[in-house]
Write a protein that binds this ligand. Structure first.
Ligand code: NAD
Length: 378
């Protein structure tokens, strides 16, 4: 194995780095030789107000002998943040789009302004900041970009409809047995006829990365509606995140367009204790879920030797994994009717242990073509 992964001579821009996860990324990259632009608007957890929190992180870095400069612009004006890197350090090699805040409301209570604010910062902010960095990356034939999605983007999370879109069609009471033998019961929500998702009851008891490897026993299944979830807590359960899912789409395309210029983009799905999550994480998990445990994964995604592009990488508490789409076994019938679709829905939707996982439109098309050819030959 080679020695320590270092960033000597490189310049990193990290948005929202005045606290939480971004601060840990800034400290780690600076400790390993990068000069860092610590951007932060210094807003509250729901995106209000401004303060110079970035100064504290810059001072921490300087106290340890590192190089850093603060920037207080909003990511909505990302070109100013990138310009700070050029003015202070003469280049930019790494961009970590991390800035964000929460404006959690159930869909029924959401104002247009809540929706717009989330999109302006999370999705459009990442777009404009990346667009400002892109010409520098192309010119030097080198760049590393990280976009920050979330589990709310992958799976939905009730109360984060501006992050998402929600149709709950079923509620399952389930029992989960973890690898270390603990078990607990709670609700899972079936979203839009799809995968059952853990509600807050279970998320509270289990580390997100632990329940993926756990055995889930179904106890009872009932038809459900969004209001079943709404009856609980606004941050309670299952939706799909529009802004955070949008970042996955952006990241996958940037990865493709950047490939021949050695610009590598990946999407991070972090989970960590921060002011955004302190009321959601159970006390026994809070210490392990410190943001410092996410930073090593981000460092690899930012490094010259980054082994992935266009990946969706989960990092939480020292656990890391990647996500890909999985297609169900599906049905194929050259004389398909609406009635046949409805009758065969369970087969169409059945998870197949040997299911294919297409990861590009071309791979998806190849699968479809193979399946339809097989059907024509029957
Ligand atoms: P945090 O609140 O500690 O950090 C976010 C920072 O972004 C704050 O310092 C805030 O001032 C800054 N910010 C907000 N709006 C900004 C803007 N317009 N311009 C510049 N800076 C701005 O929260 P965190 O948990 O460290 O979250 C960091 C990122 O990770 C966010 O994008 C969040 O959505 C995402 N995320 C976090 C978790 C988690 O478990 N903590 C889970 C999933 C996704």
């Amino acid at each position: 194995m080679e020695g320590e992964l270092r960033f000597d001579g490189q310049v990193a821009v990290i948005t929202g780095a005045g606290g939480g996860l971004g601060r840990e990324y800034a400290l780690l990259l600076a400790a390993r030789g990068a000069a860092v632009v610590v951007n932060d608007l210094g807003s509250s957890a729901d995106g209000q107000g401004r303060s110079k929190t970035a100064d504290r992180v810059v001072q921490e870095i300087k106290d340890k002998g590192g190089r850093a400069v603060a920037n207080y612009d909003s990511v909505e004006e990302g070109h100013k943040i990138v310009q700070t890197a050029i003015d202070e350090f003469g280049r930019i090699d790494i961009l970590i789009n991390n800035a964000g805040f929460l404006r959690d409301r159930s869909f029924a209570k959401m104002e247009e302004n809540d929706w717009d604010m989330i999109h302006r910062v999370h999705l459009r902010g990442a777009f404009v900041t990346t667009r400002a960095a892109w010409p520098h990356f192309r010119r030097q034939e080198y760049g590393r970009i990280v976009l920050t999605s979330s589990a709310a983007g992958l799976f939905g999370n009730f109360g984060q409809t501006n992050y998402s879109q929600l149709v709950v069609t079923g509620v399952i009471t389930a029992s989960v047995e973890t690898e270390d033998g603990r078990s607990c019961q709670g609700r899972l929500y079936v979203v839009d006829g799809g995968t059952p998702l853990l509600g807050r009851d279970l998320q509270k008891s289990l580390c997100i990365s632990t329940w993926h490897g756990s055995t889930v026993y179904e106890v009872d299944r009932q038809p459900g509606r969004s209001s079943d979830v709404e009856a609980g807590n606004d941050q309670d359960s299952a939706t799909q995140s529009a802004a955070k899912m949008g970042l996955i789409g952006l990241g996958k395309t940037l990865a493709l367009e950047g490939e021949r210029h050695n610009i590598i983009t990946n999407v991070l799905v972090p989970a960590a204790l921060s002011r955004l999550t302190e009321s959601l994480l159970p006390p026994e998990l809070q210490r392990q879920m410190a943001p410092v445990h996410v930073a090593p994964v981000v460092a690899v995604l930012c490094h010259r030797r980054c082994p992935a592009a266009g990946a969706v990488v989960e990092a939480a508490g020292g656990a890391a994994a990647t996500y890909r789409w999985q297609r169900s076994a599906g049905i194929a019938d050259l004389e398909l009717t609406p009635e046949k679709v409805l009758d065969q829905w369970e087969v169409l939707d059945a998870a197949d242990p040997a299911a294919e996982s297409p990861d590009t439109p071309a791979a998806q098309m190849a699968l479809l073509s193979r399946q339809l050819t097989d059907a024509a030959e029957r």
